[in-house]
Every structure is written in structure tokens, then in C-alpha cells.
Design a binder for this molecule. Structure first.
Ligand code: ZN
Ligand code: ZN
Length: 201
């Protein structure tokens, strides 16, 4: 059973500032994992498709999701669809099952009227919002019952085909840097990296 509170401290360190949306990601991620009966992704057992874009609160939310699920940009088992929605699908690639979770539309609408967001709209950086405003909101997120703010879909089948990774590298014949072979380009019979290929255009 995943619990958001067990990941709060590491989430805070990773994310960089205290805000209500990172803990929302922790809570939503935990709910999805518990629906699937999934453990934190050690390698790429889980894959996360985030429907967020680059908007306010969305990045904070995704940092919470990455922290708790172990789906990270480094491991490439998270992708953003840029739909601009506070929603995501978590896929268990071993069981071939998935669940979609979204913040309830009304809840997220209300959250965007919170005193924290008022400060942000006035240009206050998140780390400079007074603790008297941030702390009660964060505490509220950590304690709120899931059904009050999350829509959790039934678990559904998700056929997932694993891509094959490569350990094969070669040197770019122009700059001499080492490159994974599937990214080498053929330019006039020479194998070159993407930046070198673009320079010859
Ligand atoms: Zn944040
Ligand atoms: Zn090169």
C-alpha cells in the first residue's frame, strides 16, 4: 500500500519548494498505484502518460507523480501529452493493466482560487509565499479523502509493447563524440551525430 506521506520529504527536496500541487501529485500517484496494486517503479515496470502541459501547477503535480511512482524522465518511462489536463494514465507493463486518474474538475477549479494562487498571480515566487498560507493548504492536500478530489477510473487492459533499448555506441565521424548507434545519421557516407548532421544542411 503506497502512502503519499512516506514520500513527502523526498518530494519536497526533489521539487525545490513547498506548494500544494506537488503533494497532489503524490496523492494522485499513490491512488493510481494502489488501484493497480503496483510497487514503485525500480526500472520501467510502470509507465506514466501525463496529460499535463507546461502550465502553472502542472509541473509541480508531475514532480509529485515522478517522486512516488518512480516514473522519471531519466528512465524515459514518463511522457507528457500536453493536453493541458491535470490527469494521467499509469500503466503496469507487467500486468498489462492501467488506470486513469484526474483531479476532479471542480476541485482543481477551486484550488486555482486559493490564497496561494493569488500570491502567485501577483508574481510572488512559490518559495516566497508565506508559510501561513502554504502550510494549511499542503496539510489539507495530504489529509483530504481521495474521493473528494480524485476521479479514479476502473482498472482496464492496456496491451503494452516494450521497446528494445540499445547498449551499442559508435563515434561520430565529424566531432568524435560517442553516440548511441540508432541516433547516428548517414551524411554523404559518413556516420555523424544529429548536431553535426544539422551543421551540414
Ligand atoms: Zn510547486
Ligand atoms: Zn558529431
Amino acid at each position: 500500500m503506497m502512502q503519499a506521506k512516506d514520500f513527502f520529504e523526498v518530494g519536497l527536496k526533489f521539487h525545490g519548494h513547498k506548494c500544494p500541487a506537488m503533494p497532489l501529485g503524490l496523492r494522485a500517484g499513490a491512488a493510481a498505484m494502489n488501484a493497480l496494486g503496483a510497487e514503485r517503479s525500480q526500472d520501467k515496470e510502470l509507465v506514466l502518460l501525463a496529460e499535463t502541459g507546461n502550465d502553472h501547477a502542472a509541473g509541480c503535480f508531475v514532480d509529485g507523480l515522478m517522486t512516488i511512482t518512480g516514473c522519471t524522465y531519466g528512465k524515459s518511462n514518463i511522457k507528457k501529452t500536453y493536453y493541458g489536463k491535470m490527469a494521467f494514465t499509469l500503466i503496469d507493463t507487467q500486468k498489462q493493466k492501467a488506470v486513469r486518474v484526474q483531479l476532479k474538475p471542480e476541485f482543481f477549479g477551486k484550488m486555482l482560487q486559493s490564497p496561494f494562487v493569488q500570491q502567485r498571480k501577483q508574481g510572488v515566487p512559490p518559495q516566497d509565499v508565506p508559510a501561513s498560507i502554504t502550510d494549511p493548504l499542503v496539510e489539507g492536500v495530504m489529509k483530504r479523502a481521495e474521493e473528494e478530489f480524485l476521479d479514479i477510473s476502473p482498472v482496464f487492459d492496456y496491451p503494452f509493447e516494450k521497446g528494445k533499448g540499445t547498449f551499442d555506441t559508435d563515434l561520430c565521424e565529424a566531432c568524435g563524440e560517442r553516440v548511441f548507434v540508432h541516433k547516428l545519421q548517414d551524411v554523404k557516407g559518413k556516420k555523424v551525430c544529429i548536431p553535426c548532421a544539422e551543421k551540414t544542411k
